[in-house]
Design a protein around this ligand. Structure first.
Ligand SMILES: [Zn+2]
Length: 152
């Protein structure tokens, strides 16, 4: 393995998808094993990241892999990566919708009111409703008529 002379090189926890998650877990686990599974190494790694649910799960999985029988660990890993995928997709979808809505409002040349646009998730007709209150923009009843995605 490369970079063995740089043990403190931080491991990125920007994870793209399930495969990436597994690769990063594997990489971190190998690195940790090179440090004889020293908990201080893990603490250092944890402190390097901004605390989040994902970081918590990632660290927990590393510990579980060390401590649990392989079968038990695999079940845990599968569950956490599945959760990650679900949340990741939700966040992704939300950003896609927000981007499409912004473009629809920009195109219409208005800051509040109602616009329709093509839903980036299903291609159906989506409706975005915005209002401005005390200088802040809010959404109200924005939804897709086909796939049912909605947000306020
Ligand atoms: Zn849709």
């Amino acid at each position: 393995m490369k970079n063995q002379n740089k043990p403190n090189k931080p491991i990125s926890l920007i994870i793209n998808d399930a495969q990436d998650y597994k690769q990063k877990l594997e990489f971190a686990y190998q690195k940790w094993s090179e440090h004889d599974f020293d908990n201080r190494w893990l603490d250092m790694l944890e402190k390097h990241w901004i605390p989040s649910y994902d970081v918590y799960n990632f660290i927990n999985l590393l510990k579980a892999r060390r401590d649990l029988p392989e079968e038990e660990y695999k079940i845990k890993e599968e569950k956490i990566i599945k959760d990650f995928e679900v949340i990741n997709k939700m966040t992704d979808d939300f950003f896609k919708i927000m981007k499409a809505e912004k473009e629809a409002f920009d195109k219409a040349g208005i800051k509040e009111g109602t616009v329709t646009y093509t839903c980036p998730l299903c291609g159906g007709t989506a409706v975005a409703v915005r209002y401005v209150h005390n200088g802040r923009t809010g959404g109200l009843g924005s939804h897709c008529t086909k796939c049912g995605f909605s947000h306020t």
